[in-house]
Write a protein that binds this ligand. Structure first.
Ligand code: HDE
Length: 750
């Protein structure tokens, strides 16, 4: 056999064929020596890796990178070939019988090209179709071995490669980034004991309690089936019809109507595992756990009018933001926190921890930080990675296990099932982005698109012909937590699932006045799009059970009288432990980002004070912000003092105001811009969206012309007659505070 192996040409794309490890070696007579190994690697992941396993990963290094190397293609300097590797002579013309003659069936080059093209698309995800992904790593702060045997939490500093995909839920693959919607936050950890997928959202609760209702929920929220509208929006009859008949949705709706549903950036949103999971240690002892991701940059949101305008100006707003930050080396970071509690604790709570419409207030169980997630590499190819990545809640590793949450149970089935359709068969785990970094050995065989070339004649177990390999690993393998089960089969909910309003009220009570105002406005907007009065009335009747003030304000917002409150399922609802929780407000997460990566427009036009522009640009750059010179067109503009001019990177038209976090109007641009309505509109949008503004000299008159007056109480409106060197610092401090919501009036001033 060894002679045969030596004689056969070795295919370097398939190192897995030759892998051997102590204990896993085939019996004598069945072994094939690996080809000569110049890398010194002994596992597939090492073979593909750019770094030796013994060396700690460097910051910014992704071990998974090497793994994907064997399938990367770079055509630099390469000649064109067919998929069979045949050199292509002419890529311009089909083969014809004569210059004006018919195209010939035997033109296999044309036919291969068109056939492949015809099959380029795969079904989009039924939900979360629009998404953006990135590679990175998870780093464990300290060993969690007392709680879990999951290897990624085994030691301080241990790094595990990850791929993360953020998404919207309702819209189709080509829809916009800034609808009012839940955002997906799905993390694939390529651990050294297999892949763990934590498929979460940016909100800690969900609309429904039982997987049985998921297709109904999704059918209700998706574009209506007769005319396929609206795209990327929940503001329509069928969604509100459904949720108004599902009181269990009330809590999630509060989150959906809040600013959490319009994140400024994927980099500034939280993530949650939502369900209660289980951690199991090496002794088989279990605790219950909830997972939280907290962005280092803080939690920041758009305002609704801004989100609407951004969707026109740049539908890829969040995708671009993530891409550009990573390209610029501003790697986004989140801290992973866990809430750990026992079954006994869970028994005492007024709510059921298996109910995904409930969260656990941090006052009851604090969140303890356990590690950080850093995203440091953009995908090479959107389709191969972000589109083909297959997250499945069924993907858990030893040390992490499920609970009986009935929503989670359905998900464990649903995700694998959907990948079979979407990725065309049972071998989706072999697609490079989905492949674990550890070798895979089992007796599963064949199926569409099989990549692995399994050797030998044994594909069953037990066997003697392969020495029992691959052998089952007993306690070293995944051992399901032996949860006692003794009951009758029923289609019912447990009793504590029947209370639907306590936590909606908790959320409402925990919001700042600005957040509350936004929730009222969002409800009024969405219900104003509902055409059936009875649906609006049903929603108001549910809101009366959350807070009378909220219900009244929404009713006023849509000019409706309040109906009777909806009947409650429980005559005597349990008393909640906590009625206000500061950690539910965005205000609790200002972040450590300062002005970093904030996008700032500096107005330029002929006559501008170019030196001030350069000074401001340098100061913003030093603070890590991104300064763009924006003018009536791109290109050069003259300095007012006759010095060196400036070059505009963007125009009012190609990057309008809503795309910027702040704006500066230097002296000298008034004459050129005072009759330019686009400049006035830009400034009005900045003001209306509560964004920091800087005006110097006659720049102030441009603001006045747009209806924006100086206000010494507005910290985010830095207005001075003369340039002074302190101005950039004041402006940057305002940018670091994100927005001045105190400026907001209802209805808006401009
Ligand atoms: Fe999903 N969900 N979901 N979901 N979900 C999908 O899987 C499903 C739920 C979430 O970036 C689908 O690959 C059921 C909760 C994210 O690729 C599908 C139920 C949470 C993503 C599916 C839920 C999520 C999905 C569609 C109720 C937050 C995108 C395509 C029982 C904890 C992952 C796909 C990515 C995607 C089913 C409820 C988050 C159809 C049946 C709760 C982030 O399988």
């Amino acid at each position: 056999t060894q002679e045969l192996a030596a004689a056969c040409p070795f295919n370097p794309n398939k190192p897995a064929e030759y892998r051997r490890e102590d204990g896993l070696a085939p019996p004598p007579g069945f072994a094939v020596d690996p080809p000569s190994d110049t890398t010194g690697a002994s596992t597939l992941s090492e073979l593909g890796s750019t770094a030796k396993a013994a060396e700690p990963a460097l910051p910014g290094e992704n071990r998974n990178r090497g793994e994907l190397e064997r399938v990367r293609a770079d055509s630099t300097g390469q000649g064109l070939t067919t998929n069979q590797g045949v050199p292509v002579a002419n890529n311009q013309h089909s083969l014809k019988a004569g210059a004006r003659g018919p195209a010939l069936l035997k033109d296999f080059i044309l036919r291969e090209k068109l056939t492949h093209f015809d099959h380029e698309r795969i079904p989009e995800r039924i939900v979360h179709a629009r998404g953006s992904g990135a590679h990175g790593f998870f780093e464990c702060y300290a060993p969690l071995t007392e709680l879990t045997r999951a290897s990624l939490f085994a030691e301080a500093g241990k790094r595990t490669p990850v791929f993360v995909r953020f998404s919207t839920v309702q819209g189709e693959r080509g829809s916009k980034d800034t609808p009012r919607d839940v955002r997906g936050f799905a993390v694939k950890f390529y651990t050294d004991e297999g892949n763990w997928d934590l498929v979460g959202n940016n909100m800690p609760v969900f609309f429904i309690q039982d997987a049985m209702k998921f297709p109904d929920l999704v059918h209700a929220v998706k574009p209506e089936p007769h005319h396929a509208m609206p795209q990327a929006a929940s503001a329509h009859d069928t969604f509100w019809d459904f949720v108004s008949l599902m009181p269990e949705s009330t809590h999630m709706l509060m989150w959906l109507m809040s600013d959490r549903a319009i994140p400024r950036s994927y980099r500034t949103m939280q993530g949650f595992g939502v369900h209660t999971f289980r951690l199991v240690n090496a002794d088989g002892e279990a605790v219950l756990v909830k997972f939280h991701w907290t962005p280092k940059l803080g939690v920041h949101s758009l305002v609704w009018d801004e989100a609407v305008k951004i969707s026109g100006a740049d539908p890829d707003y969040n995708r671009r933001d993530l891409w550009e930050a990573i390209e610029a080396g501003e790697f986004p970071e989140w801290e992973l926190g866990i809430q750990v509690f026992s079954e006994a604790d869970a028994e005492r709570f007024s709510f059921d921890v298996l109910d995904a419409t409930k969260l656990i207030p941090e006052e009851l169980v604090p969140v303890q930080p356990v590690g950080r997630l850093v995203l440091n590499r953009n995908p090479d190819n959107f389709f191969a990675e972000t589109e083909q990545v297959a997250f499945c809640t069924a993907h858990v590793v030893p040390g992490i296990d499920f609970t009986n949450d009935p929503l989670l149970a359905g998900r464990i089935h649903s995700y694998v099932d959907t990948q079979l359709l979407r990725l065309g068969g049972p071998n989706f785990h072999e697609i490079p982005i989905n492949a674990p970094v550890v070798p895979v050995h089992n007796n599963q065989r064949d199926g569409f698109h099989r990549q692995t070339i399994n050797r030998g004649r044994v594909s069953y177990e037990p066997n003697s012909l392969a020495g029992g390999c691959p052998f089952q690993q007993g306690m070293a393998g995944f051992v399901s937590f032996p949860e006692p089960v003794e009951d009758v089969e029923l289609r019912v909910h447990p009793e504590r699932f029947a209370e639907h309003f306590n936590q909606a009220t908790l959320f409402w009570n925990s919001q700042s006045p600005v957040e509350q105002r936004h929730i009222i406005q969002a409800y009024a907007f969405e219900l104003s799009k509902v055409t059936v009065p009875a649906i609006r009335a049903r929603m108001l009747s549910l809101l009366r059970n959350v807070d009378e003030g909220l219900a009244q304000a929404v009713a006023d917002g849509i000019g409706t009288a309040l109906p009777e409150p909806a009947p409650r399922a429980l005559a005597k609802p349990p008393k909640p432990e906590v009625t206000v929780s500061a950690r539910l407000s965005i205000a609790a997460f200002p972040g450590e980002g300062g002005a970093r990566t904030r996008k700032v427009a500096i107005f330029v036009a002929d006559g501008v004070d170019a030196e001030a522009v350069r000074g401001l640009q340098a100061a913003l750059f030093a603070a890590g912000a991104v300064a763009r010179l924006v003018g009536p067109r791109i290109g050069p503009f003259a300095d007012g003092g006759g010095g060196e001019g400036v070059d505009a990177d963007a125009s009012f038209e190609n990057e309008p105001g809503p795309l910027f976090d702040a704006v500066a109007v230097p002296a000298g641009v008034l004459e050129a811009l005072k009759t330019d309505g686009r400049a006035a509109e830009f400034l009005q949008n900045q003001f209306r969206h509560n964004k920091p503004m800087l005006a110097v000299g006659d720049g102030n008159a441009l603001l006045e012309g747009a209806g924006i007056l100086r206000d010494p109480d507005d910290f985010a409106l830095v207005a001075e007659d003369e340039w002074d060197d302190e101005l950039p610092a004041r402006f940057i401090a305002a940018i670091a505070r994100h927005r001045n919501y105190a400026r907001e009036k209802d209805p808006p001033l401009v």
